[in-house]
Every structure is written in structure tokens, then in C-alpha cells.
Design a protein around this ligand. Structure first.
Ligand SMILES: *Cc1c(COP(=O)(O)O)cnc(C)c1O
Length: 221
């Protein structure tokens, strides 16, 4: 299936009016599809798999901002640290430390989002509120100079229940508001990444500042 450029322009108009940014999720899709959207002006792309991301990075224009949105293993951080723009799926202090180390080795500061578990499905990754609180408490910006925690990310349940999806996003937004300015550790959250093809409208109504859309733009996977 071809890239849906008309829908891309339409979504862009819709969300820009609300100051929401768009990450085009290109996992499993060929580089030519990414290039096609890039030529329409899209610069932010999201990928879930390290190997796929490094291959696409090598092949595609260097001003693309790559978002890592899959589950990230600590032993793979080094492969993406030289170029990744935003790691959206940080779910442990151990991972933060590893990102900091490789960011330092690459002489970079890497922006990160903390992934929060908001869905009812057991299988999804992410922190609960208690773990989020602990990470924010333990985060020491004076020793982790090469990390910038700039926001939160979450995925709602894969269900057809708008009320439930809405309440999950509202909950994530409440955490975002609560931890927005954590003066203690110099943390200042400005990005709330929530909303995908099926639920981005609900997510925006519930306060999203960044949506991650794949299948609507690139076709079903
Ligand atoms: C695949 C994926 C998306 C995009 O999903 P679509 O339903 O195709 O829009 C967004 N966020 C994450 C974390 C994903 O893994």
C-alpha cells in the first residue's frame, strides 16, 4: 500500500492547530516510504527495532529526527546513541544510566521520555506511578549530565472502549501535570507522547502534545 499523503496533510493541519507534533511511525515499512513522507516535509519518524533503525539511519537523509519507541535493551543502547533524537521508552534507572554513558561517549545529550504503563494489558512495558516517582527521586542531573528527561509516553489499551481509553490518557495527563516541574532534580517535562492511529483524537482531547501515527500514514502492517 502506498503512503497516504492526503491523509498526512489533513492530520498535520488538524494537529498543528492544537500545537501537537507528529511522529510518523515507520516500523516494518521500507525506506522509500519514509523518503516519500520526508519529501512532504515530515522530519520526525519513529522506529521500534534497533537493527531496522540503524539500517534506515544509514540509508536516509541525516536531518531526520529518529524516535526510538520500542522496548530498548540496555545492551543495544550503544548502537543508537550516536544519532537517536528522542528515546521514548525509558522504563528503568538502569537504562537511563546506560543511555547517559553512551551519550557521554558520543559527546551528546540525549532527550528521553519515561514510559508509563497505563493500559490494562499485562504485557505492555512501562512504569507505574510508584516507579515513576522513584526514578524522578533518584535521577541526579549532576551525575547524569548527558540525559534530558523531557516528558512522558504511554499507550492505551487496544480495545474498542472509548471511555476506557479516555480515562487511561486522562490518568497519564494527571501524572504529567503532577511531575511537570520537579524542582528538586531539575526535571522539567514538556512532552506528553500519547495517541496512535486509532486513538489520537481522544489523546489530543486529553492533553497529548505528541502523537505517534503509523498505519494511517503508511498502511496496515
Ligand atoms: C506501532 C506503534 C505506534 C503506531 O501505531 P499505529 O496504530 O500504526 O498508528 C505508536 N506507538 C508505538 C509505541 C508503537 O509501537
Amino acid at each position: 500500500m502506498a503512503v497516504n499523503k492526503d491523509l498526512y496533510q489533513q492530520i498535520l493541519l488538524e494537529i498543528k492547530a492544537k500545537n501537537v507534533s507528529l511522529v510518523a511511525v515507520s516500523k516494518t515499512k521500507p525506506a522509500e516510504d519514509i523518503l516519500s513522507l520526508y519529501k512532504c516535509g515530515q522530519k520526525d519518524f519513529g522506529e521500534n527495532y534497533v537493527k531496522e533503525l540503524i539500517d534506515k539511519y544509514a540509508e536516509l537523509p541525516k536531518d531526520i529526527r529518529w524516535h526510538f519507541i520500542g522496548h530498548l535493551q540496555t545492551n543495544k543502547v550503544k548502537f543508537i546513541a550516536p544519532f537517536v533524537s528522542l528515546i521514548q521508552t525509558v522504563d528503568s534507572l538502569k537504562l537511563l544510566k546506560e543511555i547517559n554513558k553512551h551519550a557521554h561517549n558520543n559527546n551528546r545529550i540525549i532527550d528521553c521520555l519515561l514510559q508509563i504503563h497505563i493500559a490494562s494489558e499485562e504485557t505492555k512495558f512501562g512504569l507505574n506511578e510508584q516507579e515513576l516517582n522513584l526514578i524522578i527521586e533518584q535521577f541526579d542531573s549532576s551525575t547524569m549530565k548527558n540525559i534530558n528527561i523531557i516528558g512522558l509516553m504511554g499507550m492505551a489499551s487496544f480495545i474498542n472502549d472509548e471511555k476506557k481509553i479516555r480515562s487511561e490518557f486522562a490518568y497519564l495527563n494527571s501524572l504529567f501535570s503532577k511531575y511537570k516541574t520537579s524542582l528538586k532534580n531539575n526535571i522539567s517535562l514538556s512532552v506528553l507522547s500519547m495517541g496512535m492511529s486509532n486513538d489520537y483524537n481522544i489523546a489530543i482531547q486529553e492533553g497529548s502534545t505528541m502523537v505517534r501515527i503509523g498505519s494511517l500514514l503508511f498502511g496496515a502492517r
